[in-house]
Write a protein that binds this ligand. Structure first.
Ligand code: UT7
Length: 331
């Protein structure tokens, strides 16, 4: 018998400090008008210097565990989707395991850029199908740490945050009903942090030339995003045999309101079923979808049986989408 795997609890962590478009206007050659019209972003959150990915991730994880009614000891596996972990190794998942006291969990990080949380859902559900009872999936990124605040074409876009979900078995007819993850590595060059790994270890000249920051060909990523969001959501709807009119909440990766709206129009998702918070947080990478999901749970309300469609795209280049039928939690 195939186990149905659902989300038992969600959580998030958002830094307090708000970096507004007005402040960016003062710091560089940009305008609120440009940022708003090209991206829909008004403000983003930036973590203080002493806060790292594991700190935000642990807060989100504890909230998700609380809401799932699960103790840290019950967690079998922690998957942390991130491209800005505390350090290259050990994994941020291991650091969070220790922070939250999940002493029985195995732990690893997953690198799929902004698609990371959806990748984590897919890997996590399969681990539950394989016998695990509780899998914690965390999406966390502090892109402010790898962003060049002298490069106006990227620094206006990104913010910091974390979101988390606890996965476990749910009743038949509920849970993750279809997924679609994929990659096109030929687009790796369009969004990357080219130094700091085994290809180009950090050297004094890299630092002097300000090459230790992320680089992006915005237009290329934009075109990719519009295409894969349409293709991937079509596939995942088809696999689930659900028409888009039966989607209660459409949660696209929050990168750019123009990309979000183009996907919503293609899918014929009306405004009341579309969730947008990119105006408040900018692009928080792997955290964007779980933050949105937790906000909907907390502030909008999701009913048992609601179909949630999530879709992400990002560095790799990668994409991932999933349909989750909410509820079915077994007491
Ligand atoms: O999670 C995945 C991560 N990445 C993404 O989702 C990014 C996807 N791409 C995008 O969202 C858009 O491509 C951007 C928002 C990055 C850029 O928007 P665009 O409409 O593609 O603008 P553009 O790159 O074609 O730039 C247009 C102009 C350029 O000036 P010229 O060459 O036309 O004179 C830029 O120099 O806008 C200029 N520009 C700015 N002007 C004011 C670029 N950044 C800024 C800025 N303020 N911050």
């Amino acid at each position: 018998m195939i186990t149905n795997v659902g989300i038992l609890g969600t959580g998030k962590a958002i830094p307090d400090y708000i970096l507004t478009n007005a402040e960016l206007e003062e710091r560089m050659d940009t305008t609120d008008e440009w940022i708003t019209s090209r991206t829909g972003i008004k403000e983003r959150r930036i973590a203080p210097p002493d806060v790292a990915a594991s700190d935000l991730g642990a807060i989100a994880a504890k909230q998700a565990l609380d809401k799932a009614g699960a103790s840290p000891e019950e967690i079998d596996l922690i998957i942390v989707a991130t491209i800005t972990g505390d350090m290259p190794f050990p994994s941020t998942a291991c650091i969070i395991q220790d922070k939250i006291g999940a002493i029985n969990a195995s732990a690893f990080d997953l690198s799929a850029g902004c698609s990371g949380f959806v990748y984590g859902l897919d890997v996590g559900q399969n681990m539950v199908r394989g016998g695990y009872q509780r899998v914690l999936v965390i999406g966390v990124d502090l892109l402010s740490r790898v962003t060049d605040y002298e490069d106006r074409s990227t620094c206006v876009l990104f913010g910091d945050g974390a979101g988390a979900a606890v996965l476990g078995p749910v009743a038949e007819g509920y849970g993750i009903i279809s997924t679609d993850i994929g990659a096109d590595g030929s687009g790796a060059k369009f969004l990357q942090l080219p130094v700091g790994g085994s290809r180009n270890p950090i050297t004094p000249s890299i630092l002097a030339n300000r090459e230790h920051y992320l680089r992006m060909s915005g237009n290329e990523v934009f075109k990719f995003a519009v295409r894969v969001m349409e293709d991937s959501t079509e596939r995942v709807l088809e696999k689930a045999r659900i028409p888009s009119k039966d989607i209660a909440w459409f949660i696209p990766h929050q990168a750019n309101v123009r990309i979000i709206r183009s996907a919503a129009v293609k899918l014929k998702i009306p405004d009341e079923n579309l969730y947008i918070n990119v105006d408040r947080y900018g692009n928080t990478s792997a955290a964007s979808i779980p933050i949105a999901l937790d906000e909907i749970v907390e502030e909008k309300g999701i009913s048992d049986g609601d179909n949630i469609l999530v879709v992400g795209f990002g560095a790799g280049l990668t994409w991932g989408s999933a349909i989750i039928r909410w509820g079915g939690v077994m007491k």
